[in-house]
Ligand binder design. Structure first.
Ligand code: GCB
Length: 622
């Protein structure tokens, strides 16, 4: 709904209208902006689980269609039924299964589940006491990868994609008293999914983010957004859901600025308005991450938010934050907490620990959240702590480019990610892909995603991590971007590993010539080398030693200083992360070792090289 409003604004202002493909962009039916602020029942905590490698819980006994398989989602109390009827036969009993604490990934439930890639059933009983006139929604922060959601024995919905939120209405199924929620979570990816099966990170199947039963009034604010427009106005939009969504009075209030906007929704339940920003507005920036309490109101429903106001633009080869050139002093990060045995359990302290290493340890102002949408808590903390964010969807390496279902999945994922985080000032870049080889089908696929971003949001930049083309003549290597997508992106981003994966020896890296063939800012979305923490190897300085990694950083940073159009970087990567494809028995043992800190947080030599580089840069250009 809000999506159409943005298109409307664009047309009114007479700006370029995105292509038709963008206008069909699928959005989530229910967004539930800032759902954590609503009255809710927190369903994190104890759940039972049961593996189902043959997925027969979803099929008939012989596996050929729906029917009487081992249906773990039924409400039957197996124990009491079998006590009364001794001939009854059940080969499952979710109420008596093993217990785990969710959210989390099943890699931590039991050692034999580390590489389990099938269907897992989770069940949770809870008591509810809904009030009349209230609506109820089951809202999942993320389920990796496919979720089949059953409530009180009924299928209420299915969701594909492991990193974005989804919600199903259960108002009519919710009982006063005991309720049973069962979710089948299937971690398997296929060649048609986003991402495909082959990546370079741990899959972490499971219910990895909070599950909540959310209560709303009958007509409620489903989407609400406020931001600083390019013309300096505070813009706001509200979309209502419910029987009285149309023609309803709505308002947006920012007490600290003494500002109220109000109006009435159209017949689709949508309203948008704007007002010149007051002179005393403090702009959001990494140095001063000012956030305002904003209250959105519609009838008896009020939704609070904390919102920062800033502008971001690309101008020539510059990136302008609030109109001033900025260099992105960044690092990349996977969604994996510190510790010897992580399970993608991103609590607030766990996220804070990682983001503090970037902000305070590395003197950074930017984080690339690779390679998929991270927890909504992460982007909220980035707002609060003052870190600019690159937010990405897992269109990674090889995708089934000409498959319409795969494209639909990527578009839905993009829409879910964007609608979730529209109020995060920290997010300045939506990225649509990582390292995807140029080709007609791929160009079309990514072109559609770029159109979707632009249609939905003109207050941020769009990018993708691209591959480069190189040529070596007379010992000199020249590199440039030869990708038709570049014309369509605001920021050009490239992953570069010269001196680690190919390219010249380290002492030749800073001689590489980077040509600019587009009048646009470029960033290094990745650069990096592996090192086992504690393996210094000062004399030989071989690959996987801390000294090699530190030399690699010195050489690559020296190279970076010779590229005038380079306006930032997010080296690969903050922390060593689990990757099943990294199996060197001495140096890796199942971990990608390109972290600047080890999995337990031990800083490697290269950490200090980058930290010093960023500190000097900060002093030179505050
Ligand atoms: C890349 C990928 C990243 C990998 C990294 C590596 O280019 O984008 O996902 O983990 O290289 O370590 O090889």
């Amino acid at each position: 709904r809000i999506f159409n409003v943005v298109t409307g604004i664009i047309i009114l202002c007479g700006l370029t209208v995105p292509t038709a493909t963008g206008q069909d962009a699928p959005g989530p039916e229910i967004v539930l902006t800032n759902s954590a602020s609503r009255e809710h029942l927190d369903l994190t905590g104890a759940w039972t689980y049961s593996i189902d490698p043959y997925r027969d819980g979803l099929k008939s006994f012989h596996g050929n269609g729906p029917g009487l398989g081992h249906r773990r989602y039924e409400t039957t109390d197996v124990e009491s039924v079998t006590r009364e009827n001794p001939t009854a036969r059940y080969e499952y009993d979710m109420r008596r299964e093993k217990i785990v604490t969710l959210p989390g990934s099943w890699v931590n439930h039991a050692p034999e589940l580390r590489h389990y890639d099938g269907l897992m059933w989770y069940a949770r009983e809870f008591d509810a006491s809904p009030e009349s006139g209230q609506r109820a929604f089951l809202r999942f922060g993320a389920a990796n990868y496919t979720a089949h959601v059953y409530f009180n024995g009924e299928l209420v919905g299915r969701h594909d994609g492991g990193f974005t939120p989804f919600a199903f209405e259960v108002t009519d199924l919710l009982q006063d008293g005991e309720n049973l929620l069962v979710v089948g979570v299937d971690a398997q990816r296929t060649d048609q999914t986003v991402p495909p099966p082959v990546t370079d990170w741990e899959t972490y199947g499971g219910l990895t983010r909070p599950v909540r039963l959310i209560y709303t009034p009958e007509t409620f604010i489903d989407e609400a957004r406020a931001w600083l427009g390019k013309d300096g106005s505070i813009m706001a939009e509200i979309a209502l859901d419910g029987p009285r969504a149309g023609g309803r009075d709505v308002s947006v209030t920012i007490d600290a600025l003494g500002l109220t906007l109000d109006g009435r929704t159209d017949r689709n339940g949508v309203w948008q308005g704007s007002t010149p920003a007051p002179e005393d507005l403090s702009l959001w920036s990494p140095e001063s991450p000012a956030l305002y309490d904003v209250a959105f109101t519609a009838g008896n429903d009020t939704l609070p938010e904390r919102i920062g106001f800033r502008t971001i633009e690309a101008s020539g080869t510059d990136i302008l934050l609030n109109g001033e050139p900025i260099y992105l002093r960044g690092i990349s990060m996977h969604e994996e907490e510190l510790g010897a045995d992580p399970g993608r359990i991103m609590t607030e302290p766990a996220i804070r620990a990682l983001l503090s290493e970037i902000k305070d340890g590395l003197n950074g102002n930017f984080v690339r959240l690779a390679h998929y949408p991270h927890s909504e808590l992460t982007t909220r903390l980035a707002d609060e702590m003052g870190l600019l964010v690159w937010s990405e969807i897992p269109v990674y390496w090889l995708i089934d480019w000409d498959n319409p279902d795969t494209l639909a999945e990527a578009r839905t994922m993009l829409a879910e990610n964007m609608t979730r985080d529209m109020n995060r000032a920290s997010i300045i870049i939506w990225s649509v892909a990582n390292e995807t080889p140029v080709g007609d089908d791929r160009n079309r696929f990514l072109g559609t995603l770029i159109d979707d971003v632009r249609t939905r949001d003109d207050s941020r930049l769009v990018s993708a991590a691209l591959l480069t083309t190189s040529e070596t003549r007379n010992g000199t290597m020249r590199t440039w971007i030869d990708d038709p997508l570049a014309d369509n992106l605001d920021i050009l981003a490239v992953n570069t590993y010269n001196g680690w994966y190919g390219g010249p020896a380290l002492d030749g890296v800073d001689d590489i010539i980077w040509e600019s063939r587009h009048d646009k800012p470029m960033i290094f979305s990745e650069l990096g080398a592996g090192a086992l923490a504690g393996f210094a190897d000062e004399e030989i300085r071989r690959k996987f030693s801390e000294s090699f990694q530190a030399d690699y950083y010195r050489a690559t940073l020296a190279m970076s200083e010779k590229i005038p159009h380079l306006k930032g970087m997010s080296p690969w990567i903050l922390k060593d992360f689990r990757s099943p494809r990294r199996q060197h028995p001495v140096y890796q043992q199942g971990w990608n070792r390109k972290g600047l800190i080890s999995e337990t947080g031990q800083r490697k030599q290269a950490f200090y090289v980058l930290s010093d580089f960023y500190r000097n840069m900060q002093t030179a250009t505050p």
